[in-house]
Ligand binder design. Structure first.
Ligand code: MN
Length: 527
């Protein structure tokens, strides 16, 4: 069996559409917000990963959200993934979403309304009949903007089965081409998902002429299992995010869904368009942009996901990898040899290396990156891929930052009060400051506070090493909170104090960008 879809044409029955919502469900979780430039970089990486649909944002939510959806739609004006904008059932939401996605070659409006008794009564204060009318009205309006319309029953897993079927039927009749039944609150068991999707397919007229979609949250750690259960019961679109980011405990991790489908093709004979070798790169990009690393034991993309520690396992893997590896590290983008370069490496080799890591830089950016690379190579015997990724993300990709760290000296020792003197460039002007503190990091942060006055509180300060060895670069994460807004900054250097200063400056830049979205720029450098 197969049928025609407005965006994909004829779809074979065993094809699973990958719907990525990293930029919407993922981005709306605390601490994970991204600016426009970061979203565009992420969008490009998602396209290279091979996702079919990219939920780019929630256009009505703010002018910034609208702008990012619109920019992503423009980026894929000729070709690329389907660009999707989210909308509640209100006409204003749908019209705004329609405007935001307009430029995309293939575009979708995703509209939703709650259907569970609790949500309808408490949140919407609407009767079931009124909700049913809103389903028809919202989908019909969305269809005026694009033929590719997705409708979601929010809190679908806790919805009365009869009412769910009536809503799905109404949405299909009004022209929805994808029907999503989410486990919004992460409550369902895999068997619940299986039952719900089987029921909808059996009972709802026209359910075989649309794509059923599943969207699961990980509150009980079952998001991926629920996604696979739904697919086995007939869902043909999986909504998920890179690294599983998203509201609360997050969404199903797209890399886990992709690799489960691939590794267990014997039990789940479905196909998708993912380029699995790009998985790790995409995961790392997201971690760098948001400053949140995945935990070491995270499936597929965690640092330990393919590490064999026990002697028995190591012995087995050396004899035959398949003794303890169900998939190869290379298939998801891990490279066996990450040892790359030293201080004698030239500019051309460095450029080739950057290209292999997925960075194409302009001449000026390349010069900056090469200078920083030489500086690190002078201090470190060997420079690893991870070091290069850290330096490029740190230095070169932040060309729009208003504040730059130019120089830093810290004097410290037992029995003396540490002093930091630093020089910053703020909007092109040089400013310097000297401050003392309880420790080297405290003194540095105090000096930064002198140049850029702010009320932000330091909420988190964490140091990790980028690679092994005492000469390894330190990667520092700094989280600031101002007026309830959280920002994370990252910085790396072989010197922990300099890495700390870079991270703090990065966080301040993000904070200023956030302020700028709500109020006119207010930073006045102290001279
Ligand atoms: Mn969600």
């Amino acid at each position: 069996m197969s049928f025609n879809h407005p965006s994909f044409g004829r779809i074979e029955d065993n094809r699973v559409i990958l719907f990525d919502t990293t930029l919407r469900d993922g981005e709306q979780s605390p601490g994970f917000s991204m600016n426009l430039e970061e979203k565009l970089r992420m969008a490009e990486a998602l396209a290279e990963l091979g996702v079919d649909v990219m939920e780019a944002g929630f256009p009505i939510a703010s002018p910034g959200d609208f702008e990012s959806v619109e920019s992503i739609a423009q980026k894929f004006a000729k070709a690329g993934p389907v660009v999707c904008g989210l909308a509640r059932s209100a006409p204003g939401d749908i019209i705004r979403a329609g405007e935001a996605i307009k430029a995309a070659a293939r575009k979708r409006i995703h509209t939703f309304i709650s259907t569970s008794p609790l949500h309808m009564r408490v949140k919407l204060r609407m009767t079931p009949e009124a909700v049913l009318e809103a389903v028809t009205a919202s989908v019909s309006l969305a269809r005026q903007h694009t033929d590719d319309v997705e409708w979601s029953a929010e809190d679908g897993s806790r919805t009365d089965p009869d009412f769910l079927c009536r809503c799905v039927e109404a949405a299909i009749k009004a022209g929805a081409t994808t029907i999503n039944i989410p486990d919004t609150v992460g409550y369902a068991l895999p068997e619940d998902m299986h039952r719900i999707f089987s029921m909808v397919r059996e009972r709802v007229p026209g359910a075989d002429q649309i794509i059923l979609s599943t969207h699961n949250h990980d509150d009980l750690g079952m998001a991926v299992a629920n996604t696979l259960a739904a697919i086995q019961a007939g869902a043909r679109q999986a909504e998920a995010t890179i690294n599983g980011i998203g509201e609360r405990a997050g969404n199903a991790a797209i890399e886990e869904v992709i690799m489960a489908l691939r590794t267990r093709h014997d039990a789940m004979p479905f196909v998708n368009n993912a380029v699995t070798a790009n998985i790790l790169k995409t995961s790392r990009l997201l971690a760098t942009i948001t400053s949140f690393d995945v935990q070491p034991n995270k499936a597929i993309v965690g640092r330990n996901a393919f590490a064999h520690e026990s002697g028995i396992h190591q012995d087995g893997v050396l004899k035959d990898k398949s003794t303890y590896e169900i998939m190869t590290p290379e298939s998801v983008g891990w490279t066996t040899n990450s040892l790359v370069m030293g201080k004698h490496s030239g500019r051309a080799a460095f450029r080739d290396k950057l290209a292999s890591l997925g960075y194409t830089l302009g001449d000026n950016q390349l010069n900056d990156a090469f200078r920083r690379f030489k500086d690190i190579a002078d201090r470190k015997k060997v420079v690893y891929d991870e070091d290069i990724v850290a330096l490029v993300d740190d230095e070169v990709m932040r060309t729009h930052d208003r504040v730059k760290l130019m120089a830093l000296t810290v004097a410290t020792g037992m029995g003396t009060r540490p002093t930091a003197s630093l020089m910053l460039e703020v909007d092109g002007e040089k400013c310097d400051a000297v401050a003392g503190g309880d420790g080297a990091v405290d003194a540095t942060f105090n000096a930064l506070q002198q140049v850029i006055p702010h009320r932000a509180q330091l909420k988190l300060y964490a140091v990790q090493s980028v690679t092994g060895g005492t000469d390894a670069q330190a990667r520092v994460t700094v989280r600031l909170e101002e007026d309830g807004k959280l920002v994370d900054g990252q910085g790396s250097d072989t010197d922990t104090i300099i890495a700390s200063a870079r991270a703090y400056v990065h966080a301040l830049n993000k904070l200023m960008a956030k302020r700028a979205r709500t109020a006119p720029p207010e930073i006045i450098p102290a001279k």
